[in-house]
Design a binder for this molecule. Structure first.
Ligand code: ATP
Length: 202
């Protein structure tokens, strides 16, 4: 079992995936809250059955997968539905994360979660690493990567915790505004050394 759990978070397109890929190359186990969120509603899962019982059969596509677009639109328009869904999925996701942190066996492991703070997943980690980036760059990088409109990106940013609120929770920060790939790797390598040193103290 890993001796230390690091929670990695940051707003949309801040660089979380780029950074976790690099930690993973160093042999660090990554627990990805987005992947777990998809696994708990996988084809034939009990949670998927509960969703279709509650909202209707049309929430399962002909291939057995969750109809994400339909569900997203429904909960966007209805607070009670959103609450029902969160009450179903959040405990499942949380338990899954706890199990995966227990089975991780690199010196330390990383839980990456875009909504680490919003969903109180920071309670499950020993330290929080925030990837910080200006809103201007978040918009530019998302538009480039996902072909999204500026309005869509701004709405996503507005739905996430503010940059200053996120930074208040940080134990460590990577400012990914204008780092070259090699500067980013250097920062990750020095954090890796720091985390390994911390594991020797626990
Ligand atoms: P999301 O929350 O949307 O999943 P993310 O935080 O995982 O995003 P990435 O996908 O890692 O972010 O990065 C967003 C985009 O910005 C990618 O296209 C990535 O290649 C690019 N990017 C990340 N870091 C840098 C950097 N230092 N310089 C230039 N581009 C970068």
């Amino acid at each position: 079992m890993s001796k230390l759990v690091i929670g990695l978070t940051g707003g949309i397109a801040s660089g979380k995936t780029t950074i976790t890929d690099q930690f993973n190359k160093l042999g660090i186990d990554i627990i990805d809250a987005d992947i777990i969120a998809r696994q708990v509603v996988a084809v034939n899962s009990p949670a998927l059955a509960q969703i279709s019982n509650h909202f209707g059969d049309e929430y399962i596509l002909p291939d057995g997968q969750l109809n994400r677009n339909l569900l997203r639109n429904r909960i966007f328009a209805n607070e009670a539905d959103k609450l029902w869904l969160n009450n179903l999925l959040h405990p499942l996701i949380r338990n899954n994360i706890i199990n995966q942190t227990k089975t991780a066996n690199s010196d330390y492991c990383i839980l990456v979660a875009p909504l680490l703070i919003e969903n109180k997943l920071n309670q499950l980690v020993d330290r929080v690493l925030v990837v910080d980036v200006s809103e201007k760059l978040q918009i530019e990088r998302t538009m480039l990567r996902d072909n999204s409109s500026e309005e869509v990106v701004k709405a996503i940013i507005a739905s996430q915790v503010t940059r200053s609120e996120r930074l208040k929770q940080a134990d460590d920060v990577i400012n990914n505004d204008d780092l070259t790939p090699s500067q980013l790797i250097q920062q990750i390598n020095s954090l890796d050394k720091k985390y390994i040193a911390l594991t020797k103290m626990v």
